[in-house]
Design a protein around this ligand. Structure first.
Ligand code: PGA
Length: 248
């Protein structure tokens, strides 16, 4: 069974609520494509207006983060039930900016993956190596470890619906994209890891994105690779270019 392509924008800490609504209007006709899942992962405060703005379109709403408890004394955090009620379907987990700037480790990331599934949210689980690990040649071992840690006690049925984003940290926001062959090498290795941890059917079903300076110019080549099922797009998701990536 062919995997359905999934193109997700990661807006990061960009766009006020009114700017977010304006961007939805700007992209509306450009992102139409019934063969592709299109997701806008937006800042928490933009979720409600964006969910309203994309009603009746093919766009799904995603969050960029959440916390593992349903409610309580967790100042500054947002919960899965809050996201669900607002219409969120996807949530980014383990982005390198969360890991590096906010100190999230694989124990928390694994807990978030399990909580997302338990709450009916689909995780977009990010993994990827630093430039140092790329240069040292140990990047594949590192990414395999991340996948094993982050999916501890996650079931095969859950992984079949999971989205994994391979994002080499050296390619994020730098304008330096991994070549299509470099991206495919790691995405294929991730799929093999899933086959080893689970089974062939699960590996065949899991969707794997590439992320890191994907843009209108390089998307088609990256997406032509057999193990790259989509993209997680930062900078270019804030521009009309995003429509070209959706339709690449
Ligand atoms: P970028 O970001 O497309 O701006 O490199 C990708 C990401 O961090 O998800």
């Amino acid at each position: 069974m062919a995997r359905r392509r999934i193109i997700a924008g990661n807006w990061k800490m960009n766009k006020t609520p009114s700017e977010a609504v304006a961007l939805c209007a700007e992209l509306k006709d450009l992102v139409k494509n019934d063969a592709v899942d299109v997701v806008y992962c937006v800042p928490a405060i933009d979720i409600v207006p964006v969910a309203e703005a994309v009603k009746g379109t093919n766009v799904h709403v995603g969050a960029e983060n959440f916390y593992i408890e349903d409610k309580g004394a967790f100042t500054g955090e947002i919960s899965a039930p809050m996201l669900k009620e607002a219409g969120v379907e996807f949530v980014i987990i383990g982005h390198s900016e969360r890991r590096d700037i906010f100190g999230e480790n694989d124990i928390l990331i694994n807990a978030k993956v399990k909580k997302a599934f338990a709450s009916g949210l689909t995780p977009i689980l990010c993994c990827g190596e630093s430039l140092a690990l790329r240069k040292a040649g140990t990047y594949k071992e590192w990414i395999k470890r991340q996948i094993e840690w982050d999916l501890t006690d996650v079931t095969a049925d859950q992984v079949k619906t999971l989205v994994i984003a391979y994002e080499p940290i050296w390619a994020i926001g730098t304008g330096e994209t991994a070549t299509a062959d470099q991206a495919e090498e790691v995405c294929a290795m991730i799929r093999e890891t899933i086959a080893e941890m689970y089974d062939a059917a699960t590996a065949e079903a899991v969707r794997i994105q590439y992320g890191g300076s994907m843009n209108a110019g390089n998307a088609a080549e990256l997406l032509s690779k057999p193990n790259i099922d989509g993209g997680l797009i930062g900078g270019a998701s804030l521009k009309p270019d995003f429509g070209q990536i959706v339709n690449a």
